[in-house]
Design a protein around this ligand. Structure first.
Ligand code: PGA
Length: 254
């Protein structure tokens, strides 16, 4: 595939996998994906499995991500996890503003922007999620919603920081529903996001930022989605929970 941006395929395990289950999965992925160099492969286990998975992937081409973090560095924030705590386990990426957190924890664009800045301060690469609901798409407001989220969630980032930020377009109606955006729908919104990045930052940066698609990515649809000019990777939920389906998504993306 002739793309200027290296693909990044990340597995978002959400609230799944005990430590033992996480090790089973990641050991299987290590075996299946040992020879892959064309794609950056990232797994995002729950916090409790980060130490064990971190150890297990030391000698592999798999990198570690977390699913969330606090916007604060330290202090009286019961139940929260700071960037520096993730760094202790060689975490390199952190998913921010996933639609489930926007929905259940009422995370706002302003909060996500603070988290993205805190991530960069700790040299973690944020994967900032945006995407419209079905009602918003049907009302014709996809671009307005995505524009508001992109602008709000990336507010305050410097150009250098933006270059090290990954954007994930995840239409909420496609997450865990088996309904995937068509390749045209995905490409259209990805191109729109890149145009926004040109306006908010500059063209060179917009060209370099990787924009992942997420929402029912499966081995059968990965190839076509990844072939779109502005689709630079995938954020995979359900299909990242099994060795076979996740490794097939990675292999089919090349
Ligand atoms: P899904 O989830 O692949 O199960 O649709 C994607 C995500 O929420 O990141």
């Amino acid at each position: 595939m002739n793309k200027q941006r290296k693909l990044i395929i990340a597995g978002n395990w959400k609230m799944n996998k005990t430590v033992a289950e996480a090790l089973d999965l990641v050991n299987g992925l290590k075996r299946e994906l040992a020879n892959i160099k064309e794609v950056d492969i990232v797994v995002c286990p729950p916090f409790t499995a980060l130490p064990a998975v971190s150890q297990s992937i030391l000698d592999s081409n798999i990198r570690l991500g977390a699913q969330n973090m606090s916007e604060h560095n330290v202090g009286a924030y019961t139940g929260e996890i700071a960037a520096a705590m993730l760094k202790e386990f060689s975490v390199r990426y952190v998913v921010l503003g996933h639609s489930e957190r926007r929905q259940y924890q009422l995370e706002s664009d302003a909060l996500i922007a603070k988290k993205a800045l805190a991530a960069h301060t700790a040299s973690l690469k944020p994967i900032v999620c945006v995407g419209e609901t079905l009602a918003e798409r049907e009302a014709g407001s996809t671009e307005a919603v995505v524009a508001r989220q992109v602008k709000g969630s990336l507010a305050g980032l410097s150009k250098d920081q933006m270059e090290e930020t990954i954007v994930a377009y995840e239409p909420v109606w496609a997450i865990g529903t088996g309904k995937t955006a068509t390749t045209e729908q995905a490409q259209e919104v990805h191109a729109f996001i890149r145009k926004m990045l040109t306006e908010l930052f500059d063209e060179a940066i917009a060209k370099r930022v990787r924009i992942q698609y997420g929402g029912s990515v499966k081995p059968a649809n990965a190839r076509e989605l990844m072939a779109q000019p502005d689709v630079d990777g995938a954020l995979v939920g359900g299909a990242s929970l099994e060795v076979r389906s996740f490794s097939d998504i990675v292999k089919n993306s090349i």
